[in-house]
Ligand binder design. Sequence first.
Ligand SMILES: *[C@@H]1O[C@H](CO)[C@@H](O)[C@H](O)[C@H]1NC(C)=O
Ligand SMILES: *[C@@H]1O[C@H](CO)[C@@H](O)[C@H](O)[C@H]1NC(C)=O
Ligand SMILES: *[C@@H]1O[C@H](CO)[C@@H](O)[C@H](O)[C@H]1NC(C)=O
Ligand SMILES: *[C@@H]1O[C@H](CO)[C@@H](O)[C@H](O)[C@H]1NC(C)=O
Ligand SMILES: *[C@@H]1O[C@H](CO)[C@@H](O)[C@H](O)[C@H]1NC(C)=O
Ligand SMILES: *[C@@H]1O[C@H](CO)[C@@H](O)[C@H](O)[C@H]1NC(C)=O
Ligand SMILES: *[C@@H]1O[C@H](CO)[C@@H](O)[C@H](O)[C@H]1NC(C)=O
Ligand SMILES: *[C@@H]1O[C@H](CO)[C@@H](O)[C@H](O)[C@H]1NC(C)=O
Ligand SMILES: *[C@@H]1O[C@H](CO)[C@@H](O)[C@H](O)[C@H]1NC(C)=O
Ligand SMILES: *[C@@H]1O[C@H](CO)[C@@H](O)[C@H](O)[C@H]1NC(C)=O
Ligand SMILES: *[C@@H]1O[C@H](CO)[C@@H](O)[C@H](O)[C@H]1NC(C)=O
Length: 840
Amino acid sequence: MEMKRGKWMTLVLALVLFEFMCHRICASYIPEDSYLIACGSSKNVTYQGQTFVPDSGHSSLAFMSGNSVVVSSNSTVPSSIYQSARIFSGISSYKFDIKHKGRHWIRLYFFPLPSSGHNLSSAPITVVTDDFVLLNNFTFKNYKGSYLFKEYAINVTSDSLTLTFIPANNSVSFVNAIEVVSIPDIVLPDQAVALNPSAHFSSVSELALETVYRLNVGGPLITSQNDTLGRTWENDVKYLLVNSSALNVSTDPSSIRYTTTVTVETAPNWVYATAETMGDANMNSNITWVFSVDPNFGYLVRVHFCDIMSLSLNSLVFNLYINDHIASASLDLSSETGGLNVPYYEDFISKTSADSGTLTVGVGPDTAADITNATLNGLEIMKISNEAGSLDGISSVDFFIPKTTSKNKVGIVIGSVIGAVAVVALIAFCCCWLAARKSKTTQQRHPQLPLPLYGNSLTVTKTSTNSQKSGTASCISLASPNLGRLFTFREILDATNKFDESLLLGVGGFGRVYKGTLEDMTKVAVKRGNPRSEQGLAEFRTEIEMLSKLRHRHLVSLIGYCDERSEMILVYEYMANGPLRSHLYGTDLPPLSWKQRLEICIGAARGLHYLHTGAAQSIIHRDVKTTNILLDDNFVAKVADFGLSKTGPALDQTHVSTAVKGSFGYLDPEYFRRQRLTEKSDVYSFGVVLMEVLCTRPALNPVLPREQVNIAEWGMTWQKKGMLDQIMDPNLVGKVNPASLKKYGETAENCLAEHGVDRPSMGDVLWNLEYALQLEETTLALMEPEDNSTNHIPAIQLTPLEPFDNSVSMIDGVNSRTDDDNEDAATSNVFSQLVNPRGR
Ligand SMILES: *[C@@H]1O[C@H](CO)[C@@H](O)[C@H](O)[C@H]1NC(C)=O
Ligand SMILES: *[C@@H]1O[C@H](CO)[C@@H](O)[C@H](O)[C@H]1NC(C)=O
Ligand SMILES: *[C@@H]1O[C@H](CO)[C@@H](O)[C@H](O)[C@H]1NC(C)=O
Ligand SMILES: *[C@@H]1O[C@H](CO)[C@@H](O)[C@H](O)[C@H]1NC(C)=O
Ligand SMILES: *[C@@H]1O[C@H](CO)[C@@H](O)[C@H](O)[C@H]1NC(C)=O
Ligand SMILES: *[C@@H]1O[C@H](CO)[C@@H](O)[C@H](O)[C@H]1NC(C)=O
Ligand SMILES: *[C@@H]1O[C@H](CO)[C@@H](O)[C@H](O)[C@H]1NC(C)=O
Ligand SMILES: *[C@@H]1O[C@H](CO)[C@@H](O)[C@H](O)[C@H]1NC(C)=O
Ligand SMILES: *[C@@H]1O[C@H](CO)[C@@H](O)[C@H](O)[C@H]1NC(C)=O
Ligand SMILES: *[C@@H]1O[C@H](CO)[C@@H](O)[C@H](O)[C@H]1NC(C)=O
Ligand SMILES: *[C@@H]1O[C@H](CO)[C@@H](O)[C@H](O)[C@H]1NC(C)=O
């Protein structure tokens, strides 16, 4: 009896406990990480039911800063959270310990408090995380609102999150409050449907999101205290294209039946309990909402539905439109959810309609169905970070804070060990070589321009040769006495009108490229490296060393450089017609003719052929792509960007479709697998360029159906069928000599061979392209269309290669000695790019 009662009690207790726990778990989500910070405040601040604690003396929050000033004000502020602020006069960071990796909300509150000694209205605000740029140069000056609230969702993959505030020169930055709060993993998607053309889109979780609109359609404002994840949902009426098109309906929020996949964390029941439907007055028209958005970004659009108005199943069927394209056709909520009052959502990725700067979402009757009604309950629009890892502008984090992570420190330690060994060997080598050379030739008396290793931090005097470091530097300068002109920073500033943003030609991992004009009116392109950027220094040196020795009509020539004040600036000849890619797609430039395309490809091939064979030891470009083939004012193609320095995405390339996996479309699969680099890797990349030139589409386009994503594969499929004309640029159809196209297709096919040994040399490629041009120019009647004639076209004269500058021999010597090192360095560099696709 006693025993039985005991058991019974335990059971009851267990049930109660279960009830209790379930209630806690089911009822409200408790974030693992939850930081609510009232910056610069001296006391707790309660805002919308939540307590924000002062940033001073917070236990697991490190505040790393040079200078900060605290202000608090009694003057009229929008709400309590904006009463205090912290003002930074130098680069300053908050570091948050993160217990649970995954998506976190970052919410930032800004209000330019008066009476702080600074005019905060005109202070530019730039905020970055470890990997993403959140705000770039925002000021209240041109802003209509009085305060600024921003919400981001960032996937934190390490144990901490750093928020860094970067003031502009001679100004300050500030922030009033910060929230960093975990988001349940199921809330934000990794996959979505990309629209126009429709395709599967994955890896959303690697990108940063910024909430731009969140609507409780047909319902009232829901503030953060009524949302378990602290979100705010506003009413939709002010975004309606035609207000009278919509009629609001609502039901009892407690009647919403959540499922395992759609929970209260997806959206509060108040969102699902209200909706807009079609008003009777406007039968047969869509309900459309219009949002203004930054057209340079992609957007994640989440539409929330719940059939709260039907009386029976399957009596509501409608279409969903995003940017006037059908996103979901004949959507029958009942068949998706299996019931009424059951919430449901769908995710889409949308680029904004090309040039309008607006994003529209609409629901409307499905003409195929016999039902004329439609509904929408909620809508979220989130901006997706671009290729530079930015949500605001085109600069990446490295541009604002060059990396100084522990990884780099390790790199420096290892680097110095290897470096020391190499330096000793080099010095020995240099001395021998020097002695040999002195005895052979009269010494040129060029001024020596050693390259400091680290901007001005390691200033190598121009004469000293006895320290180890300067030994290396002057060794290189001895080998190549003519590194081009050494510009002063002043001259660069004058040439670029102080780096005027209106002269910006492009932006990339290395830095920014500006158009400049020298005092003698020569037009130049000025590439300014991010100070001490990760890849920057090595690339800067490689590029100078390579280019100063290479002179060829089809290689972009280096005019000079500037390394004053830790700047890394390269000055090139100006290429008036810009990158080849911009003449292929993504711009309004007129399409190139087939002959022009062939001539451009031939020019680029000639440049690469020179690289591969012009020197005793061949030089592998390693980054052949359409953005690295530049066109001068006569459309003469020149290969650019040596030493792996990257000009990065073109300005028109910031949209998400290419951000997914970086631009790996050019990478030789064999090199990728076996990590062995040969000239044939350039040949492969050039094959991709040939396909791109023919089909005028990017090498990788993740929004296309899977088999079409990679142009190399897609092009090969059609080439093998002999039907390349099916996928070529429509502008060329009917305007290309079929024999020329055939030759071209075969050349591309050979370049794209799986194994390097099966690919032709650049010389063969060049020859075949010359032949294709010949076929285009000659009438078919005179020429055998079959390729047995390949071997004999007397008319074709290959232009002889320009003589190669002897001074490269020193570099060759160095290369051959440390050949393996170079290859390793080269390989690891590529893999660092793979690991970190953001930089691309
Ligand atoms: C401020 O809020 C924190 C957390 O809610 C609490 O632990 C602390 O006691 C509060 N401090 C004051 C001064 O109210
Ligand atoms: C601001 O308010 C505090 C109390 O909240 C008060 O002590 C202080 O005098 C006020 N300052 C001004 C300038 O009104
Ligand atoms: C602060 O700067 C803004 C914009 O430059 C200006 O309109 C405003 O008058 C300035 N306020 C003060 C107090 O100087
Ligand atoms: C920031 O924006 C202002 C205009 O609001 C502009 O004059 C300035 O050049 C920008 N600064 C940077 C670094 O982009
Ligand atoms: C800020 O000042 C530093 C040093 O004077 C200069 O190198 C840098 O270019 C300046 N930045 C801007 C955005 O003007
Ligand atoms: C965060 O990113 C990591 C690595 O990319 C991924 O494995 C994880 O699923 C992501 N988490 C969320 C919630 O998206
Ligand atoms: C719903 O519509 C009615 C009548 O048009 C309007 O008075 C009410 O404010 C609307 N409710 C919401 C939440 O928009
Ligand atoms: C929001 O929460 C407050 C207090 O908890 C409650 O009074 C109010 O009705 C709620 N409003 C909505 C729209 O949920
Ligand atoms: C449409 O909505 C806007 C904003 O709510 C309002 O100003 C306007 O008067 C409305 N127009 C009609 C015809 O209801
Ligand atoms: C759509 O459904 C709502 C709610 O049932 C109803 O009020 C409205 O009249 C319907 N509209 C049309 C065009 O049938
Ligand atoms: C709804 O919008 C789509 C896209 O703009 C359009 O094709 C369709 O004709 C519209 N339907 C109605 C009934 O106006």
